[in-house]
Design a protein around this ligand. Structure first.
Ligand code: FMN
Length: 355
């Protein structure tokens, strides 16, 4: 059958559909389990979770599904940001804080140990799949995970990054095209040079690495999944399509922005977090654009805007909220995850039958 290949076999899943790990509350245990129970691979986005939250969510997922699932974590970044850069950013953010009645947050240095603790939990809980973004981990971490039969998946935005992932020992690699919603996974050069569309990126990566390639970016339905497989990918990873699913924990303002969005709206910005990401254009992006190159790097800027974003959501002000979305919002639907997956399978079957 069209949906069976080495990747589905290695992951132990029926369909070549992966729900992207999306940090920030979108990937509830209910969503992850619903995708896995429907024959895809659900993934917990644990990037911003504490070790305790990560463990609890994994245990909840296990209660809801006996099928394979993944956990996605971030390779830690500890940038050298001066006090002066932080002060300037706080100055530019002051008007937003004043209107939302917020005070300046205290910035804690990101603990690199979060990553090590999350790895320990993934090992302890014997999570079937562990995926990474924002770089690659040390070889010995990959070795430890693989020793426990945990499948390891990396993220790349260029062929060069795919080769780095293969050489370090990843079992599979997600190729993130420029259409993708959320943060760019670029880690080996300027992001502007790594804005390659999915259609170009996938076949070139497939030609240069021997590990299975997973296509991501702009894929929302059966047409996209079949196209990705035709280009040589072993599966499609979808983010935006699942943000608006019924089980998603995304903020209602983000769901609405995607459901009503067009392909012209999702733009790349680093003003929310200090790292380029694709989200639906809004007032915060427009007002902060002039300072974009002077803001602190990720994750410092992310910490500086965190309360502004959560308070904006609480006060129902989507114009100041990050509204991550890929370039295909017109294809989004507010359905249960199981329906998104069964529709994809039916659509691919129809396309194949008509040929
Ligand atoms: C809301 C949102 C959050 C995301 N968070 C993560 C994340 O935590 N880790 C990760 O590897 N990718 C993350 N991504 C990117 C996805 O892995 C994937 O590359 C992207 O969703 C594919 O494009 P699409 O959104 O058009 O499907 C996120 C995407 C979205 C839309």
């Amino acid at each position: 059958m069209w949906y069976e290949n080495k990747l589905t076999q290695d992951l132990g899943i029926k369909y070549p559909i992966i729900q992207a790990g999306m940090a920030g509350g979108t990937t509830t245990p209910e969503l992850v389990a619903a995708v896995s129970n429907s024959g895809g691979l659900g993934t917990l986005g644990a990037g911003y979770m504490s070790p305790e939250q990560t463990k609890e969510a994994i245990q909840e997922i296990k209660q809801l599904t006996g099928q394979p699932f993944g956990v996605n974590i971030f390779i830690p970044e500890i940038p050298d940001v001066s006090e002066e850069t932080i002060e300037k950013a706080n100055e530019w953010l002051r008007p937003f804080r004043e209107e939302l009645q917020l005070t300046e947050p205290e910035i804690k240095k990101q603990a690199a140990s979060l990553f090590e603790k999350q790895i320990a939990i993934i090992l302890e809980e014997r999570v079937p799949v562990c995926s990474f973004t924002f770089g690659v981990p040390a070889k010995d971490i990959i070795r430890k995970l693989k020793k426990e039969n945990i499948v390891v998946i990396g993220t790349a935005t260029t062929v060069r990054e795919a080769i780095i992932n293969e050489e370090i020992g990843m079992d599979m690699v997600v190729m993130q095209g420029s259409e993708a919603g959320g943060h760019r996974g670029t880690f080996s050069g300027p992001f502007e040079k790594a804005m390659i569309g999915t259609m170009s990126l996938i076949p070139q990566a497939v030609d240069h690495v021997n590990i299975p390639v997973i296509a991501a970016g702009g894929i929302m339905d059966g047409r996209g999944v079949l196209a990705a497989l035709t280009l040589g990918a072993g599966a499609a990873q979808m983010g935006t399509a699942f943000v608006t699913s019924q089980e998603s924990g995304a903020k209602k303002q983000q769901k609405e922005a995607i459901l009503n969005g067009t392909e012209e709206e999702p733009m790349i910005t680093s003003v929310f977090s200090g790292k380029p990401a694709r989200g639906i254009q809004n007032e915060f992006m427009e007002r902060m654009a002039e300072y974009e190159n002077e803001l602190p790097d990720y994750p410092v800027q992310n910490a500086l805007t965190k309360e502004i974003r959560s308070e904006a959501a609480r006060q129902n002000r989507p114009e100041w909220l990050h509204l991550w979305s890929g370039q295909s919002p017109r294809l989004s639907k507010g359905q249960p995850a199981s329906v998104i997956i069964s529709d994809i399978i039916a659509q691919v079957n129809d396309i194949i039958k008509e040929r």
